[in-house]
Design a protein around this ligand. Sequence first.
Ligand code: ZN
Length: 324
Amino acid sequence: MGIQNIDSRVFFARRSKTRMYRPSLVITLCAILGLLGSLALATTATLTLTNPNQGTVTTGATALSTTQNRTTGRSASPSTNTQTPILPFPTLLWQQIAALQSHNRFLYTGNRYLPEIALTFDDGPSPYYTPQVLAILQQYKVKATFFCIGRQVARYPDLVRQEYNDGNLVGNHTWSHPNLALLSSSDILTQINLTADAIQQATGVRPTLFRPPYGVVNTRVLAKANLLGLTTIIWNDEARDWSTPGTGVIISRILNLAGDGAIILLHDGGGNRSQTIAALPTIIQTLRLRGFKFVTLQQMLNDLPKRPASTQAPVTVPTPASTP
Ligand code: ZN
């Protein structure tokens, strides 16, 4: 499959002693990859972080669809669960992010004033680890969201169907997990659409949630996400479990960053996820004891403030000076 430790090349937000409710920090900490991607694309239209008007931003998680059933968090209809594109759509990256955020279509966190947490699992399905994750979720009656890789979906459609039938959401994580900032618009479209087709074939529902690999977006990526009516979902709580730091470390990192509206990133595919599996029960039990409720990303979207721009921290495009 060639995706061992698929995210290991990425530098994500590191653990902070303070709660990670600062999107600018998330973006800044992830900016290195975006900068590298931009440099690699020096001959293309991709932007560098030094130019906030046109850039590649590495964030932490993104978007969902919105026409899903409010009570169940499940799609009411396979054909009516995408958003209407924002038109006209801005051409500058920061404007695109602002426009999407104003429609609750670009998220790195849920409602910061509600004790809700969303568990998300990326890079699956895996025939070995995904069933173990599903069994734990069933045991604790937790609904989560899986951001699947299209070629894995095509190989293991039954697992994706089980994810969905268990009450979880299934999101789009591209066909082969590339850095989308390095691709042309047409290749970005292919990566998203092939995966959407595979998920729809497996579950009967076309995904409306999209997570770009490594959390990297640029203007081409967001333009396609808008056009397709997708909601981009990043994250604000992760343990870099792909680096197999040890079960205890995964637990402590997740718990230290958890808070109201947290979107937790873990992995059920792309490498050895035994530590993630071992950490999951303690993470669930501890956060429940702290009073948090586990919800799907759709429920988290439903519970967002009506005017997100005034209640969520602004997204800022990082500059090299602020990049660690
Ligand atoms: Zn991934």
